[in-house]
Design a binder for this molecule. Structure first.
Ligand code: Z5A
Length: 209
């Protein structure tokens, strides 16, 4: 059986990942895919506990190195228990954030060297990389204004605009370096136009396969 498609969704704060996830899932299902939707950090019992520590610890100081290693610990578990088995069964995996987020947040945001992240990526993932990454792109301030309408900010959301500007820059640089895999969607537009762009990219992927 051919391995399923591995699709990831990325973007800064307020880019609309949660909003567009349902649209992407439905689009893929209508195209005949059996879709497994999951997220990082998370997706397994251990991953969700790690997520809780990383997002909701208020007093705990976590070093950038520990933060990065915890992301990869959760990812190793996620790959072994959810992602690889689903792909091997021919299912399409739709993952809300993956390793591009580690480069953007722990690399760009926290300042860790990309080489360290790449070493972990190679060790934990082997040669598995997403077939497609949709980068929902929105200027930092516009995204933060959208996200600001939500409840209490988590550990990442409490960071300042400079942090998110570095995150944004790394995401765009990665898309520029790998334009075939990582497709930039202008997420600042109204929802129907965002969906239109996403559908066009999915169409290309599914029919170009
Ligand atoms: N993280 C990390 O550091 N390293 C890693 O390796 C990984 C993750 C994997 C959790 O991520 C945190 O983990 C994340 C990075 C870190 N921290 N941050 N920041 P998450 O993905 O769970 O959290 P999130 O970034 O807050 O994602 P989200 O909940 O999906 O939110 P969103 O992208 O901001 O989307 P939204 O909730 O769908 O949209 C925000 C608002 O905008 C909402 O009111 C919508 O109705 C509105 N919206 C959406 N689209 C539109 C359009 N087109 N027009 C107008 N309004 C819109």
């Amino acid at each position: 059986m051919p391995r399923g498609l591995f699709i990831t969704l990325e973007g800064g704060e307020g880019a609309g990942k949660s909003t567009n996830l349902a649209f992407i899932r439905q689009w893929l299902q209508r195209a005949g895919h059996e879709v497994v939707v999951t997220r990082e950090p998370g997706g397994t019992e251990l991953g969700e506990r790690v997520r809780d520590i990383l997002l909701h610890s208020k007093q705990l100081h976590i070093t950038p190195e520990s933060e990065m290693l915890l992301m990869f610990a959760a990812r190793a578990e996620h790959l072994a228990k959810v992602i690889r088995p689903a792909l091997a069964a021919g299912k399409t995996v739709l993952c809300d954030r993956f390793t591009d987020a580690t480069y953007a947040y722990q690399g760009g945001g926290r300042g860790l060297a990309a080489e360290r992240i790449a070493a972990m990526e190679n060790w934990v993932q082997g040669d598995l990389r997403p077939d497609l990454t949709l980068l929902l792109d929105i200027p930092v301030e516009a995204g933060r204004a959208r996200a600001g309408q939500r409840g209490e900010p988590d550990r990442f959301e409490r960071e300042d605009n400079e942090f998110f500007t570095r995150v944004h820059a790394i995401y765009l640089a990665r898309a520029q370096a790998d334009p075939k895999r990582m497709r930039v969607i202008d997420a600042s537009r109204a929802l129907p136009q965002v969906e239109q762009q996403i559908a066009a990219v999915l169409e290309e992927l599914v029919h170009g396969r």
